[in-house]
Design a binder for this molecule. Structure first.
Ligand code: IPD
Ligand code: CA
Ligand code: CA
Ligand code: CA
Length: 260
């Protein structure tokens, strides 16, 4: 793919993120049209998840018929030029009226994340990055915190029922033992974005899916974060653990989480 072809996709993703934000905002905080159901324990689904994904899929397939699309709600096929979508990340928050949710649009070439656009309209945040070309939040460059003292670190730990709770609780205990503060805000994608802008020092989760992190990996990487090789092995199809942090915290957090 040429740089011009990649740029075309980046600007398209920015436009689509704005339209998708408008669509999702139309459902947010309107419980009567939210149509909330559960896919499993604490695995929330609303009408907005399906509508936003369908909108993005339709537009991407019109604009770039040669690319493939994988999304959380409708699946899809991998290829050497693949869009990875999470229509709403943080659906539990979305369903509760909590503003910490986002729309995540990632693009991979040969399994390498090249474009990340994440819109969190209820927070007023738009993160945008191309690999090797920097990252912005609402048009301004951002970078990681640069912290190196685990005892002053703020670490976000994601969790889902895909991993036994005991393993999560054990890592929380190790963080507190090392003096770090722990949070869980409920959106893995924004967890990576908030490492990128220095609002937290690290994000870790023992299993997460590609649509949760494809865009955030470009965003956090361009901001100077260190991230494990998430797309190694079957990361794209089955997910993997993720550890994303400011460089000075890699060693203690590898020890604490066991994520290499
Ligand atoms: C979930 C959120 C959550 C993370 C889970 C994800 P969803 O995505 O990102 O914070 O811990 O691993 O599945 O279901 O809200 O799109
Ligand atoms: Ca989900
Ligand atoms: Ca998600
Ligand atoms: Ca989702």
């Amino acid at each position: 793919m040429t740089p011009a072809e990649r740029d075309l996709r980046y600007y398209a993703a920015l436009g689509l993120a704005a339209e998708a934000s408008h669509l999702a905002q139309g459902y947010f905080n309107r419980r009567e049209t939210l149509g909330t159901t559960m896919k499993g324990a604490q695995d929330w689904l609303t009408v907005a998840d399906g509508k936003v994904e369908a909108f993005l899929r339709e537009r991407l397939s019109q604009l770039f018929p040669q690319d493939t699309v994988i999304g959380e709600e409708a699946g899809g096929e991998a290829s050497d030029a693949v869009w990875i979508l999470d229509p709403i990340d943080g659906t539990a928050n979305f369903a509760h009226g909590d503003r910490n949710w986002c729309i995540s649009i990632g693009f991979l070439v040969d399994r390498r994340p090249e474009i990340g656009v994440v819109a969190a309209p209820a927070l007023g945040e738009l993160y945008a990055a191309r690999r090797g070309a920097g990252v912005t939040l609402n048009g301004e460059p951002i970078k990681v915190s640069g912290g190196s003292d685990i005892a002053r670190a703020s670490v976000e730990l994601g969790w889902s029922t895909r991993v036994p709770a005991e393993r999560y609780v054990e890592i929380i205990g190790r963080c507190y033992g090392a003096g770090a503060a722990v949070r869980r805000a409920g959106s893995g994608t924004l967890g990576l974005c908030h490492v990128a802008n220095g609002a937290s020092d690290a994000y870790a989760e023992l299993h997460i899916n590609a649509w949760d992190v494809a865009a955030g990996i470009v965003i956090a990487g361009e901001a100077g974060a260190q991230i494990n090789d998430f797309f190694a092995g079957e990361g794209l199809s089955k997910g993997n653990p993720i550890l994303c942090c400011t460089p000075g915290l890699v060693a203690p957090l590898r020890d604490i989480t066991g994520i290499a």
